[in-house]
Design a protein around this ligand. Structure first.
Ligand code: NAP
Length: 164
């Protein structure tokens, strides 16, 4: 949809490989070193858009790398949900002023009116194979708590589904 390049971040080398297979132009393992440094290598000229599922160091790095009039869709902050102390970032939010960055929250329930348009645009891409996705399946309702916790340790690749 107009992006010149798409960069991904994941927590294992296997997942990074999978991102590249799926068509990402670059990807890095966020456990290999500071996210800001790895992002700067992957996008030396900066980024225009960041879809945030992680918060913390990832959002910090994205704001740091963002170009003027960049945009952030704030969908999730999984790195922050189990914090018992102060949030670990972003610590550079004031950069949003000079860079004229837009940070906007995104909650699925507020955009259901666009579900039809989403299906019309994405379904053909899925059918043609241009867009692919993974699903990790666990079985049995008794395994639901463990499956939920796996989201925080990266046990899933793609959508975590519990079948029962
Ligand atoms: N706004 C909304 O309407 C909405 C709705 C549903 C979910 N969400 C949010 O969207 C995000 C994705 O949710 P999802 O349900 O699709 O699950 P998901 O992408 O499968 O999220 C789980 C993955 O997050 C990664 N992760 C866990 N801890 C991390 C950390 N500290 N730093 C970086 N990555 C970490 C793990 O992958 P790695 O192996 O790569 O670490 C794990 O496999 C979450 O933040 C969730 O809260 C938002």
């Amino acid at each position: 949809m107009g992006a010149a390049r798409v960069i991904g971040s994941a927590g294992s080398d296997e997942k990074v490989e999978r991102l590249l297979e799926l068509g990402f132009d670059a990807a890095f393992n966020y456990n290999d070193g500071p996210v800001a440094e790895q992002l700067a290598k992957a996008a030396p000229e900066g980024i225009d858009f960041y879809f945030d599922n992680v918060g913390g160091d990832h959002l910090d790095a994205a704001i740091g790398a963002m170009r003027t009039f960049g945009r952030v869709a704030m969908c999730g902050a999984i790195s922050q949900y189990n914090n018992t102390g102060a949030p670990t970032g972003p610590r550079n939010l004031a950069l949003a002023i000079g860079k004229c960055i837009t940070l906007r929250g995104f909650v699925l329930g507020k955009y259901l009116h666009l579900a039809g348009e989403f299906q019309e645009r994405i379904a053909p891409l899925v059918v043609s194979g241009k867009v692919a996705y993974d699903v990790t399946t666990r079985h049995g309702i008794e395994n639901m708590p463990a499956a939920f916790l796996e989201l925080f340790s990266g046990g899933n690749t793609g959508k975590m589904v519990v079948e029962f």
